[in-house]
Ligand binder design. Structure first.
Ligand code: SAH
Length: 248
């Protein structure tokens, strides 16, 4: 049980598997005014950077679940490195349908809302683990500019224009689900570069180390095409942000 191999290759050197820099992740943690001991649940926790740094900086405790064996191992190593292994736990597994035994103050899913079948389903799933008055965090793309054609949406690796909303509409959609948006931190083009461009050096190094791997053809093709595709489409059209929600 694991995610497609391409992600375990291209994002093997990432600590944050999203268009957020460490600074933006820290800004979000500070913005939420977290209290020591706050319990955090993170579905699709990746390499655990959010839980580990917030445990270090704000004394939160919590659990992350991720389907990537590699990322989950990296998360455990990071917890040990930051001296928070007694406060955060990382589970390798499918987070679909995961509800925590103990209610949490913050329930998060950053950049993995397919886990609940989309934004609305993921909010409903996270809500089952949330204590009254708790905060849900959703990390999700939106259109910075509306793609003029479906071709452009596909260039952003979206299935279609209708996969994402413009920012005001995304914020309004949270309201329609019965939630106040109480905070947000947005990616920008420079933080998108840290996520996307960092994959290119990782791919190049991987190709040099694994020239005879059968997967090398796919990685080579991606390294050749990705910089131009990213600059033409994702960087121009796709935004991303983390939205903090509280039940009305
Ligand atoms: N929230 C993390 C990772 C985002 S990338 C961060 O911001 O760094 C999306 C993550 O979802 C990947 O780590 C991937 O392994 C994980 N994932 C994909 N499908 C999943 C599933 N069904 N259950 C749990 N994790 C999943």
């Amino acid at each position: 049980m694991d995610i497609p191999r391409i992600f375990n290759v291209t994002e093997s050197a990432h600590r944050i598997h999203n268009p957020f820099t460490p600074e933006k992740l820290a800004t979000l943690g500070a913005a939420l005014r977290l209290e020591t001991g706050t319990r955090v649940l993170d579905l699709g926790s990746g390499s655990g950077e959010m839980l580990c740094t917030w445990a270090r900086d704000h004394g939160v405790v919590g659990t992350g679940i991720d389907l990537s064996r590699l990322f989950t191992e990296q998360a455990k190593l990071r917890a040990a490195e930051l001296g928070v292994a007694d406060r955060v736990e990382f589970i390798h597994g499918d987070a679909a349908g995961y509800v925590s035994d103990e209610k949490v103050g913050v329930a998060a899913c950053l950049g993995a809302t397919w886990i609940g079948g989309g934004v609305a389903g993921t909010i409903a799933l996270l809500a089952q683990s949330l204590r009254p008055g708790g905060i849900i965090l959703i990390g999700e793309p939106y259109w910075r500019q509306l793609p003029p054609t479906e071709e452009v949406a596909k260039g952003c690796l979206a299935g279609s224009i209708s996969d994402f909303l413009m920012l005001p509409e995304l914020l309004a959609s949270f309201g329609r689900l019965g939630y106040d948006v109480v905070e947000m931190v947005l990616a920008d083009q420079d933080s998108w570069d840290r996520y996307e461009a960092a994959k290119w050096l990782t791919m190049r190094r991987w190709l040099e180390a694994n020239p005879d791997d059968e997967f090398a053809i796919e990685v080579r093709a991606q390294l050749t095409s990705e910089p131009e595709r990213y600059a033409a489409y994702t960087r121009e059209y796709l935004g991303w942000g983390v939205f903090a929600l509280m039940r009305r």
